[in-house]
Ligand binder design. Structure first.
Ligand code: AMP
Ligand code: ZN
Length: 122
């Protein structure tokens, strides 16, 4: 946990959010500036800065995080199947366009067209 990190504050409930999923390892909440009709952020409770900071020792929880994506997407309105689906984005570091330095997956879906911000910070 970081005292100053925005997402750690959201996880601790110090900053309001619209939570859509919580377990003992991960939370998911609605992005405050959605780039798609459905735009969620899936975040590990552990303060890990970005994908640049993970390695082989992180395989298991990263696997659990990825495996949660379809469940969270479909529970929140993304449509299954080839005509539906979703986009998953992990911005990492300045060159990756990351603004909040706590690892997170953007889960975006819903009927197109999406907003011009369809790839966050692109
Ligand atoms: P990134 O650029 O990948 O670090 O994405 C950070 C995301 O966090 C952006 O899409 C923001 O819209 C989103 N965001 C920033 N502040 C909040 C907040 N208080 N609640 C929910 N989402 C937020
Ligand atoms: Zn954090």
């Amino acid at each position: 946990m970081s005292d100053t990190c925005l997402f750690c504050k959201i996880i601790r409930g110090e900053i309001p959010s619209t939570m859509v999923y919580e377990d003992d390892e991960f939370v998911a909440f609605k992005d405050i500036a959605p780039a798609a009709p459905i735009h969620l952020l899936l975040v590990p409770r552990q303060h890990i800065v970005s994908l640049q900071d993970v390695g082989p020792a992180d395989r298991e929880w990263l696997g659990r995080m990825m495996a949660l994506v379809p469940q969270i997407a479909f529970d929140n309105g993304c449509e299954p199947g080839p005509a539906g689906g979703f986009r998953v984005v992990a911005n990492s570091g300045a060159h990756g366009g990351q603004e909040v330095d706590h690892l997170h997956l953007h889960i975006m879906g819903g009927p197109r067209p999406w907003s011009a911000r369809s790839i966050p910070n692109a």
